[in-house]
Ligand binder design. Structure first.
Ligand code: BGC
Length: 374
């Protein structure tokens, strides 16, 4: 009896102890794709009130719940309740890992090692976000939960065969998403290798509204971008090759501005709002600040850091009032994306940092989304 009491007591002490081991997250069934492939959902939690849900289809961030300044929790990313939602017309890359080449490739064409490649044109007249049926947001990745000193996470893995969506080379990719134990941050680490030279540009396409998904606008959020320059484009959003200063333009977010403050003047441009690639200050390859987004009402702040040369700031201009989680509606400009990545159409711009990955090299990209309150 005494032994039993001692055992019970020590179990209680262990679980209550600050050194108690976090559990290794396990995948739970989340339904299946229309082709019958099972999809799993992983739930990560830390002790600071942050919960992240990740699914194997598209190595997707399904939800991010974080507290506001009064401790009230809300889910700050757009998404759906089930796989069918993600497979439907309403899904505009919500939370997905995007590639093989995120963003646009002019007319879907590029030359590499003397060969011309032609990819799907899915954003007239260009190729967008890796293609149509087998782009990375649509395939089911294998996954493994893990627990480390830094927190808990999921390691996603996918091998894209040579020729998939028209891209050369077998591309082996690992995307690790870690929820930090000591702060409300998710760290995304991308690693890729290939057996043949191929363009690679991976990103995460989460849509954020810090008032909570389903809030009707994001135009009241304040945004700061650590970018003195951007890449001007033609009217199909393909960079001209120029690197221009943001000074004196509505793209100047070097000091915080409300997203809605100057957006009207972009209504009649090709981007129909903000849909621009910014050149992040500092040396790429190093983790450095990219953006700071604040919702003054809830006090929630999202800080983005990355090792990538650019960030696509997209103000949800094509959101169309589709129904998302719990039937909530996602209107025009009700969320923004901060897609850390290389510049659009880099494969056709030798003057830009290269996106070509060669055999023997390793593609690496780290992106941090950190949530605080103020
Ligand atoms: C692009 C937008 C596009 C959106 C699709 C963004 O990354 O920059 O032009 O409409 O993705 O959801």
């Amino acid at each position: 009896m005494r032994l039993l009491t001692a055992l019970l007591l020590s179990t209680c002490l262990l679980t209550a102890s600050p050194w108690a081991q976090a559990e290794v997250p396990e995948g739970r069934p989340f339904g299946e794709t229309k082709d019958g492939v099972p999809v799993e959902l992983y739930t990560l939690k830390n002790d600071h009130g942050m919960t992240v849900r990740l699914m194997t289809r598209g190595a997707t961030i399904v939800s991010i719940e974080v507290p506001d300044k009064d401790g009230q929790s809300a889910d700050v990313t757009l998404g759906f309740d089930d796989v069918a939602g993600y497979e439907g017309d309403g899904n505009q890359y919500f939370g997905t890992t995007t590639g093989r080449v995120a963003n646009r490739i002019a007319r879907g064409k590029f030359k590499l090692d003397g060969r011309t490649y032609a990819l799907a044109i899915n954003n007239e007249p260009n190729h967008l976000h890796g293609g149509v049926d087998r782009s990375l947001d649509k395939v089911v990745w294998s996954a493994e939960g893990f627990e480390s000193d830094e927190g808990t996470g999921v390691k996603f893995h996918y091998v894209s065969p040579h020729g998939e969506e028209g891209y050369p080379g077998t591309l082996d990719m690992t995307v690790t998403m870690l929820l930090k134990a000591d702060e409300n941050a998710i760290v995304i680490d991308y690693v890729a290798t290939t057996d043949q030279a191929t363009p690679v540009n991976l990103t995460n396409h989460s849509y954020f509204n810090l008032a909570g998904e389903g809030a009707e606008t994001v135009l009241n959020h304040e945004l700061q971008l650590f970018a003195d320059n951007y890449t001007p484009t033609d009217d199909t959003l393909i960079p001209t090759g120029q690197i221009a200063s943001v000074e004196g333009t509505e793209l100047d977010f070097r000091k915080p501005h409300q997203i809605g403050e100057r957006i009207k003047s972009l209504d009649d441009t090709a981007a129909i709002g903000y849909d621009h690639n910014f050149v992040v200050n500092g040396d790429w390859g190093q983790l450095r600040p990219v953006a700071r987004l604040k919702d003054p009402q809830s006090g929630r702040v999202l800080e983005t850091e990355s090792t990538e040369p650019g960030v696509q700031f997209y103000s949800g201009n094509f959101l169309k009032g589709q129904a998302g989680k719990g039937g909530k509606v996602y209107p025009h400009r009700s969320a923004i994306c901060l897609e850390t990545q290389h510049y659009p159409d880099s494969v056709n711009h030798p003057e830009f940092p290269t996106t070509i990955l060669k055999p023997g090299e390793t593609y690496r990209h780290t992106c941090v989304y950190r949530f605080t309150v103020e």
